[in-house]
Design a binder for this molecule. Structure first.
Ligand SMILES: Nc1ncnc2c1ncn2[C@@H]1O[C@H](COP(=O)(O)OP(=O)(O)OP(=O)(O)O)[C@@H](O)[C@H]1O
Length: 260
């Protein structure tokens, strides 16, 4: 656990909350083992007692204010559920950023609105740059894979995971668009454009509207993109997999907008 056994008055902690999931609180007095409870002041001013019978009852510690909104979760002093959720929330609400690094992993929040952060000028800004020098973005992941492929002449994979409706398909399309632009897609009939043009066809056959996602993929796709020596896209092939029963859809009798 990241919680020490002694805590000083004024220390910040996170306590579970039935509505907000976690709320921050401050210690009103020092705590040492055996004290049995923490005296806390919640953000809204309420004073509460938090029982501590075993060390694992101690709440997770809050991070120093200076780390608020860090673009890499691994730079937080304390890394636990409330710290991760709080940091992602601050970045989303205060910094308008849907992306955050966790080391070499990119965490993305689905904004459910079109953001002006995927244009060609943004592709150009990320092209040739080091992941560590750039603000987190799906393009920094694409660039890292692209450069590593060119440098090492080895195949690279990007794994996109998340629950239904979290934005995997959209992220995969932005990644393909990035490769097409840095690979020099110019004319409408280029191989790059033709590879991108397969998306609507595949979605017409393989996607369906569900209660979770208006455009939900009903089978997983393994997309292999081939590059030439100049780093341009020369072809692509697609294999289906994850054709599992849980993804088979049927038509709902009642039009129901609930999540279940
Ligand atoms: N980066 C984004 N910017 C704007 N909207 C987004 C973004 N990512 C996702 N969305 C929105 O969320 C919807 C669902 O995303 P998407 O289809 O990519 O989810 P998914 O993870 O592939 O889901 P499934 O597993 O059901 O196929 C999209 O149709 C789009 O409206």
């Amino acid at each position: 656990s990241s919680s020490p056994l002694f805590l000083q008055k004024g220390a910040c902690v996170w306590v579970p909350d039935p509505e907000a999931v976690w709320v921050s609180a401050q210690l009103l007095q020092d705590f040492k083992p055996g004290d049995g409870l923490l005296l806390l002041k919640l953000g809204d001013g309420r004073e509460v007692q938090h029982p501590v019978s075993v060390p694992s009852d101690l709440p997770p510690l809050g991070n120093p204010d200076i780390l608020e909104g860090e673009n890499d979760l691994t730079s937080l002093s304390f890394l636990h559920e409330p710290a991760v959720l709080h940091n992602l929330r601050v970045r989303f609400l205060d910094y308008n950023s849907i992306y955050t690094y966790c080391g070499i992993v990119l965490v993305a929040i689905n904004p459910y609105e079109q953001l002006p952060i995927y244009g060609e000028e943004v592709v150009d800004a990320y092209s040739g740059q080091d992941m560590a020098d750039m603000e987190p973005h799906i393009f920094s992941v694409a660039e890292e894979a692209y450069r590593t492929m060119i440098r090492s002449k080895k195949n690279q994979s990007i794994i996109i995971s998340g629950e239904s409706g979290s934005g995997k398909t959209v992220s995969a399309k932005f990644t393909m668009r990035y490769f097409a632009v840095v690979g020099g897609a110019s004319q409408q009939t280029s191989v790059e454009e033709r590879v991108l043009a397969t998306n609507p066809i595949m979605e017409a056959i393989g996607n369906a509207k569900t209660t979770r996602n208006d455009n939900s993929s009903r089978f997983g796709k393994y997309i292999e993109i081939g590059f030439g020596h100049q780093g341009n896209i020369i072809g692509a092939n697609m294999r289906t997999y994850l054709l599992e029963k849980s993804r088979v859809v049927f038509q709902n009798l009642v039009q129901d907008h609930s999540f279940f």
